[in-house]
Write a protein that binds this ligand. Structure first.
Ligand code: HEM
Length: 148
């Protein structure tokens, strides 16, 4: 009698296991980091090189770059963007408020830079949602850059 009551339970368990195995789809692979989606070190370097060259030459935004060592600045911004986007870098420069202290950067100058960042990302073939993800991260730093 005891054996009879156990059989349906065992059968049920088997059916449950079979159903779970048959219906479960493999978990999707984890999304690569934004750093990878930006093209890794080569992509980030190309993007930074592009937008820093543009923003430091545009008459609307070039004033703060006078006398600045652009090669050193680009290397520091690469490391910053790399760390920000989940890459393997450790940013060792100044925090954003300190780095831009005394420059009195305006929101117009910030917008000029934002425009060149987007253009550089597009030229590098970065997908729209990935561009927007980085731009949201940079937007969050706006108040620090403006020292507001
Ligand atoms: C979210 C926006 C911005 C980010 C994430 C950013 C990031 C950086 C970083 C990482 C540095 C290097 C700091 C260091 O090495 O200690 C830097 C320096 C600098 N930034 Fe920005 N920046 C932003 C906006 C701007 C804007 C809008 C301007 C001007 C239009 C600007 C002008 C400069 C200049 C001139 C330096 C060099 C300072 C020096 O070496 O004396 N930045 N920025």
């Amino acid at each position: 009698m005891k054996r009879h009551t156990c059989i349906p339970a065992a059968l049920l368990a088997l059916v449950a296991i079979a159903a779970t195995t048959a219906c479960s789809t493999p978990a999707p692979p984890p999304k690569p980091s934004l750093f990878v989606r930006l093209g890794g070190m080569a992509g980030v370097t190309a993007v930074v090189d592009d937008f820093v060259s543009k923003v430091s030459a545009d008459p609307r935004s070039k004033r703060t770059f006078e006398g600045v060592n652009l090669a050193r600045l680009k290397a520091s911004v690469v490391s910053h963007v790399c760390a920000l986007s989940g890459g393997p870098c450790k940013y060792e420069g100044d925090a954003m408020a300190l780095a831009h202290r005394g420059m009195a950067i305006t929101s117009d100058e910030l917008s000029v830079m934002g425009h060149y960042v987007d253009q550089a990302l597009q030229r590098q073939g970065v997908a729209r949602e990935d561009r927007e993800e980085l731009e949201r991260m940079l937007d969050k730093l706006g108040p620090e850059v403006l020292n507001k």
